[in-house]
Design a protein around this ligand. Structure first.
Ligand SMILES: Cc1cc2nc3c(=O)[nH]c(=O)nc-3n(C[C@H](O)[C@H](O)[C@H](O)COP(=O)(O)OP(=O)(O)OC[C@H]3O[C@@H](n4cnc5c(N)ncnc54)[C@H](O)[C@@H]3O)c2cc1C
Length: 327
């Protein structure tokens, strides 16, 4: 059972951790959220691009996931995105319902966490039993937080492993998960290329590019011509350790060839997501048991719920259900 005023630490302010913290606060507990990054969102975050910002992770939320999110919190700043999609040959793609957070991807998690204490730029390095009972969080900077009655680990599996030393079954599950990388380039172009004047989303590219998304077409974005280019999973894996500048060159050149226009970006930013997606999760425990045997440590995240944003939502729902049921 979730106790009123119970102090619960949530490590990870991505979609899963934010949903759990929001649900805990609604049930009268006192969650506190920790993230190593400057802001919230994790793989649904945005990044600065000069004076602008651009979505750096998942560019959209698919309609079924958006519906589940809105069912949990009707005031979420999510809007349906009217957009034109095609493959790189220009053949129109099947219509898919896509939603975006407004004015940027991280608005989703900011909204969920708006009344919840949030500690950013705190990398949690260990979860240790407190002498007085409960758990302390230790940070890379040498700080100690807590004690907390419970701790939820909402980090990608490889980053969750060291934090689950006191819950061997959960730790084994996290250690068995493989996650795949993804290189992303966001660019601001001087003008909209003529060949994509009517297109906002290009997919099923070649070996290099998986998709290109016109960030500036999304609702609530500012002026400018900003695109997000996402490398394919295989290519990202092959060049995972390559120099970022070289990667940026390859992605931009490929996009330019695909759309048949030379490109001279005004500014750009390249990012490697080391743990972008769940590649393989052979040992993930049943969603019915995301808690340690004493119910004080829990896990959530896309890797617990089958991958992707849908997996993050599923895992958050399962964790809250398990905490409520005390199982
Ligand atoms: C480029 C890209 C495109 C994608 N496209 C899609 C798509 O089209 N459809 C789809 O469904 N999914 C897509 N995804 C995947 C989707 O974004 C994720 O599955 C989902 O956002 C994961 O949410 P999460 O909360 O589980 O994890 P995350 O968003 O990774 O959140 C985990 C958080 O934990 C923090 N953290 C980790 N370790 C620590 C620590 N030790 N201390 C403190 N904080 C820590 C991280 O900083 C992060 O903020 C995409 C991902 C990427 C990168």
């Amino acid at each position: 059972m979730i106790q009123l005023e119970e102090r619960i630490a949530v490590v990870g302010a991505g979609l899963a951790g934010s949903l759990v913290a929001h649900a805990l606060a609604q049930r009268g507990a006192k969650p506190e959220v920790f993230d190593k990054s400057r802001g919230t969102g994790g793989r649904l975050s945005a990044a600065r691009l000069g004076s602008m910002s651009a979505d750096l992770g998942a560019p959209v939320v698919e309609q079924p996931v958006a519906a589940r999110l809105l069912a949990q919190c009707a005031t979420l700043p999510l809007e349906a995105w009217e957009h034109k999609a095609a493959d790189f040959e220009g053949v129109a793609a099947a219509a898919v319902g896509r939603y975006v957070a407004v004015p940027r991807a991280s608005a989703l998690t900011r909204h969920l966490l708006q009344d919840i204490p949030l500690h950013t730029q705190v990398r949690v390095t260990a979860v240790e039993a407190a002498a007085s009972g409960g758990w302390h969080l230790l940070s890379e900077q040498g700080e100690t937080y807590g004690p907390f009655a419970r701790v939820v680990i909402a980090a990608p599996a490889p980053q969750a492993v060291p934090l689950l030393a006191s819950a061997p079954a959960l730790q084994r599950a996290a250690a068995g998960v493989n996650m795949s990388p993804c290189w992303v380039l966001v660019v601001q172009l001087p003008v909209r290329p003529e060949s994509v004047a009517q297109l906002d989303w290009l997919e099923a590219g070649d070996d290099v590019l998986a998709r290109a998304c016109r960030d500036s077409s999304k609702p609530g974005r500012g002026e400018g011509e900003v695109w997000q280019l996402q490398a394919s999973s295989d290519w990202s894996q092959r060049y995972c350790e390559a120099e970022p500048d070289w990667v940026a060159e390859q992605l931009l050149e490929t996009f330019a060839q695909q759309i048949g226009v030379p490109l001279q970006p005004l500014q750009q930013r390249v990012h490697r997501w080391l743990y972008a997606d769940v590649a393989e999760a052979p040992l993930v425990p049943s969603l019915a048991s995301p808690l340690s045997s004493d119910h004080t440590l829990g896990i959530c995240g896309d890797w617990v719920g089958g991958g992707g944003a849908a997996g993050a939502v599923t895992s958050a729902e399962a964790l809250i259900a398990a905490l409520e049921a005390g199982r």
